[in-house]
Design a protein around this ligand. Structure first.
Ligand SMILES: CC(C)(COP(=O)(O)OP(=O)(O)OC[C@H]1O[C@@H](n2cnc3c(N)ncnc32)[C@H](O)[C@@H]1OP(=O)(O)O)[C@@H](O)C(=O)NCCC(=O)NCCS
Length: 176
């Protein structure tokens, strides 16, 4: 139940349904900001994103972006028939902005699949992946008024540090 998969066109139909479901809502963790135009629920847009995200795994000094892995959250075990329901972005390092506000991990679950425990499980998987990268303390942040995200982080063992620039900042220790 709930997996992280690397972006791939094989999951286009449910990815498109997810993008359509978000509508105008920000797709945290999707990497849509790496494209020059808004994401659309089309195969061309999906392909463009898959190609760009594969390239963005490395740091990009020109834009100030750190190395990063983009995952799609799926509802099942991540096999070919699984269904994409959200996004998770794992930043491999913290630059100053990420340390103050952005954190290591950003995520979102499509509206139709919320409150089913997916974010909680996806965050745990993301924290595990961070640990595998050698990150021993994972910073996860949310807006002070984002109750669902704060609950998700606290459920995932987040230890509250402080609020900076309107963001609640938590640290999570990955499993050994
Ligand atoms: C935040 C978000 C990812 C949560 O996704 P989700 O799959 O619904 O979360 P889960 O079902 O795993 O629930 C996790 C916890 O949050 C709580 N929660 C979820 N939605 C909630 C809501 N609307 N109000 C109150 N609590 C809520 C759950 O009860 C659960 O807490 P518990 O373990 O103490 O019971 C989702 O609401 C979302 O995508 N929001 C928009 C994007 C966003 O804010 N991303 C985070 C940016 S840092």
């Amino acid at each position: 139940m709930t997996a992280l998969v690397l972006p791939d066109l094989r999951w286009f139909p449910s990815w498109a349904a997810t993008v359509a479901d978000f509508g105008d809502e920000v797709m945290h963790g999707s990497g849509s900001w790496n494209l020059d135009r808004p994401l659309e629920p089309t195969e061309a847009s999906c392909k463009e994103l898959v190609d760009v995200l594969a390239e963005r795994v490395s740091a990009d000094p020109d834009s100030g972006r750190v190395a990063s892995t983009y995952f799609w959250i799926t509802a099942g075990d991540g096999d070919r028939e699984d269904e994409v329901i959200g996004f998770l972005n794992l930043r491999h390092q913290l630059n100053d902005w990420l340390l103050q506000e952005g954190g290591h991990i950003g995520y979102s679950v499509r509206p139709a699949r919320r409150r089913q425990g997916h974010a909680k499980r996806a965050l745990a998987l993301g924290v595990r992946r961070a640990g595998e990268l050698g990150i021993d303390q994972v910073l996860v942040t949310c807006d002070t008024d984002n109750v669902p995200s704060a609950r998700t982080i606290e459920s995932g063992g987040g230890v509250f540090e402080d609020v900076r620039n309107g963001k609640r900042r938590y640290w999570i220790t990955p499993p050994a």
